[in-house]
Design a protein around this ligand. Structure first.
Ligand code: G16
Length: 548
């Protein structure tokens, strides 16, 4: 096929459909409208000058994954791409894409996923572009993509791919219209990287000695990765990975690893049959949940424990340079960094804000309250990586999850922490609440509500310490006298109306009770924040929809 076989088509408008914290996410019905995926894909190509370059391509296998892969391959060829490295059957987890971009020296990658959002014909779909360092495109590039999407009127697409590639399931290299397509095993390179970072012998010995675990893949992309690594390479009993078969609709579930959506695992870990360790990951394999017997490890605590113990794993034996967390993540990891004498960073929400710190060697570990933890091994958060680091720490320390967490709190104190989500709000009311709050920030210090006095109120802005770029309007932080914090921001990943996230944090030092009920420990800061932000009055909601 020659260039003249390529055709151009009119694009579909994506007006106002700006990519959020993680690329563009929309309902499948929107993404599959004629010309919609094509318009966004062409906008990316226009923004990145793809001719002669190599990209990695794969997704989490959700509904529309296969069709989208074929469309992107045809468009890549028409836009002069030299080579696409494609996961077999179009499957790659998000951290595996990040690793492949780096390992193969690719110019970037395309990730098809809506992460933890539900899938299926009525669910969500998404497309994210990652750059040559393996991380999500920074704002300068996503802004350029949006500008291109608004400016273009046609897209380029190649001919029938099925003549060359009847299936995406056979490993090997294929030529399509002058572009090479290399289909690779999605698990192999990633599993090899994990073997480099962690002491597989120590974990295997622990498991041989009777240590039990359950990993819930939530019928999403980590199933094949977890079976290979946990069961085949580390010797966990067959069946330790549950819901291991990826399904286009995730079995009707919501593949978000938290106590609400991974309730089956959560309940099992609090029941009589609980194994020693439980974990889950999300749709595209970058989030994680860690649960011990009868004890849930909040993501913010997990980051702090991992930072304090990472040196026990071979990949981090030389120590860590710094720890970065997103603004709404609790300050537990800051205390670890302080004690270790290393840098601590507070960035806006969104993994892309960690990339420069990781590239510059200023941060080694990063984490977010939204169940993401990772390190400088890739430029995405990494669910199975977090699970393996925990297992490595458990194997070396020979203690239970509960003992390790309690020991951590007794050393550093505890940040009681919870997130309250108000979902499917009408966008106008949600925006109104944020605008009102922003307009009165300077008047808030000194104000007392529910017995709590506001010490400081700010609209969070971040100056990247490496390139000096500035991100403003990243959420409101209310700091109360006595050290409690509340953060409010609108979600950037939802696809239905608006979601207000209220993050609540109360520090208890080592002389205070460390095993209180979390919502009770936070009751004052919850009530004060609700009053200060006018949640009931403006949103007309008395309770959050999801408490995690
Ligand atoms: C994405 C980003 C995360 C970020 C999260 C925030 O997660 O990759 O870095 O923390 O969005 O979500 P929201 O804006 O809804 O609070 P993921 O796992 O969806 O890619």
């Amino acid at each position: 096929m020659t260039f003249k076989d390529f055709q151009t088509f009119k694009t579909a408008p994506i007006d106002g459909q700006k990519p959020g914290t993680s690329g563009l996410r929309k309902k499948v019905a929107v993404f599959s409208e004629p010309g919609y995926l094509e318009t966004y894909t062409q906008a990316i190509f226009n923004a990145i000058e793809p001719a002669g370059k190599t990209f990695v391509l794969g997704g989490d296998g959700r509904f529309f994954n296969g069709e989208a892969i074929v469309t992107i391959l045809r468009m890549a060829a028409a836009n002069g791409v030299a080579k696409i490295i494609l996961g077999q059957n179009g499957i790659l987890s998000t951290p595996a894409v990040s690793h492949l971009i780096r390992k193969r020296g690719a110019d970037g990658g395309f990730i098809l996923s809506a992460s933890h959002n539900p899938g299926g014909p009525n669910g969500d779909f998404g497309l994210k572009y990652n750059t040559a360092n393996g991380g999500p495109a920074p704002e300068a590039i996503t802004d350029e993509i949006v500008a291109c999407a608004e400016a273009i009127s046609e897209y380029k697409i190649g001919g029938d791919l099925s003549e060359v590639l009847p299936t995406l399931g056979d490993l090997g290299s294929y030529m399509f219209s002058g572009m090479e397509i290399e289909i690779i095993d999605p698990v192999e390179d990633y599993a090899a990287l994990m073997e480099e970072l962690f002491d597989f012998d120590a974990i295997r010995t622990m498991i041989d000695g009777g240590f039990t675990l359950r990993f819930d893949a939530m019928h999403a992309v980590t199933g094949p990765y977890a079976v290979e690594i946990l069961e085949r390479r580390l010797g966990a009993t067959k069946g330790s990975v549950v819901n291991a078969v990826p399904l286009v609709d995730f079995g009707g579930g919501h593949p978000d690893p938290n106590p609400v959506w991974a309730k089956e695992l959560f309940d099992h870990m609090h029941g009589p049959e609980a194994p020693d360790f439980g974990a889950a990951s999300d749709g595209d394999g970058d989030r994680n949940m860690i649960v011990g017997k009868d004890i849930y490890v909040a993501p913010s605590d997990s980051l702090a424990v991992l930072a304090a113990n990472a040196h026990l794993a071979p990949g981090y034996a030389r120590g860590i340079a710094g720890v970065a967390r997103s603004m709404p993540t609790s300050t537990a990891s800051d205390r670890v960094a302080e004690k270790m004498g290393i840098e601590a960073f507070q960035t806006p929400t969104g993994w892309k804000f960690f990339s420069n710190l990781l590239d510059a060697g200023r941060a080694t570990l990063c984490g977010e309250e939204s169940a993401g933890t990772g390190s400088d091994h890739v430029r995405e958060k990494d669910g199975l990586w977090a699970v393996l680091l925990w297992l490595n720490i458990l194997a070396v320390r020979g203690e239970s999850v509960a003992d390790i967490l309690m020991d951590h709190w007794q050393t550093y104190g505890r940040d009681y922490y919870s997130r309250h989500d108000y979902e499917a709000l009408d966008t106008e009311s949600a925006n109104h609440l944020m605008t009102e709050l922003k307009s009165k920030l300077t008047a808030l210090p000194g104000l007392t509500a529910a017995g709590m006095t506001v010490k400081n109120a700010e609209d969070f802005a971040y100056t990247d310490p490496i390139d000096g770029s500035v991100a403003t309007g990243q959420g409101i932080i209310l700091t109360y006298e006595g050290g409690a914090r509340a953060m409010l921001r609108l979600s950037g990943t939802g696809t239905e109306g608006a979601t207000l996230r209220v993050y609540l944090e109360q520090y208890a030092n080592t002389s205070e009770p460390l095993s209180r009920n979390v919502q009770e420990a936070l009751s004052d800061v919850i009530a004060a924040t609700s009053a200060v932000a006018g949640i009931q009055g403006i949103l007309k909601r008395t309770e959050p929809d999801v408490i995690s």
